[in-house]
Ligand binder design. Structure first.
Ligand SMILES: [Zn+2]
Length: 217
């Protein structure tokens, strides 16, 4: 597990050199954003305070992959999943593109745009999955952008094939909506951008603009 300090409050954990999750510091402990794959043990070893909440950007397997194991080990942890992706996992709607593993864990909260998760504001960013959300840390405008962008070899929108990380585009359900979400996230003018796949990006707005232009926007 590779550990990188993104901000004073956000630590990026990278599993298998390609999938990120994030520990976000709050007054009452930590929020874990996404869970990577087979990473429960490693995440718990890095956490230096109780994990109170697990918030998910979307329902794909490389983001919910340690959820059941963490829920078994943390018991009281609150699990928050975007509404539409929770519907997909519950079998209330058809499965779109990408990997949707069977989950035992039923989310305690189904997230909607505008909800708050501690210091994080939930921002709608559908397209990669129908319910995909991002999280803006309102303390310092750090954006946890999930799979709307990747940052390997520079920032790219996941609506189109990118050789450095082709999996993200292959798993994107609605490419036009994904690009629309990329614009919406850029409009937040984040000061730091972290994503599901790739390194931390500081002062990301100019590279988000270039990525949107390359993506056809
Ligand atoms: Zn994904």
């Amino acid at each position: 597990m590779r550990i990188v300090t993104a901000t004073g409050n956000v630590t990026q954990l990278t599993r298998f050199r390609f999938v990120n999750c994030f520990l976000v510091r709050e007054e009452d402990g930590l929020t874990l954003v996404d869970t990577a794959l087979k990473a429960a043990e490693q995440i718990l070893a890095v956490a230096d305070a109780p994990i109170r909440r697990i918030a998910l950007t979307h329902g794909h397997g490389d983001h919910v992959g340690s959820l059941d194991e963490l829920k078994r080990r943390l018991r009281d942890v609150e699990v928050l999943m975007p509404e539409v992706d929770a519907q997909i996992h519950a079998g209330e709607r058809a499965k779109p593109a990408g990997g949707w593993p069977k989950l035992e864990t039923v989310p305690d909260v189904r997230l909607e745009a505008g909800d708050r998760v501690g210091s994080l504001e939930v921002v709608a960013s559908p397209g990669h999955t129908p319910g995909h959300v991002s999280f803006l840390d309102t303390r310092d405008r750090t954006l946890i952008g999930g799979d709307v962008f990747t940052s390997y070899g520079g920032v790219e929108v996941t609506n189109h094939f990118h050789l450095r990380f082709p999996l993200a585009a292959m798993a994107t359900e609605d490419k036009a909506q994904d690009l629309e979400s990329a614009r919406a996230l850029r409009a937040l003018e984040p000061l730091v951008l972290v994503v599901g796949h790739g390194p931390v990006v500081r002062d990301p707005v100019a590279s988000m603009d270039r990525a949107i232009a390359r993506a056809g926007g």
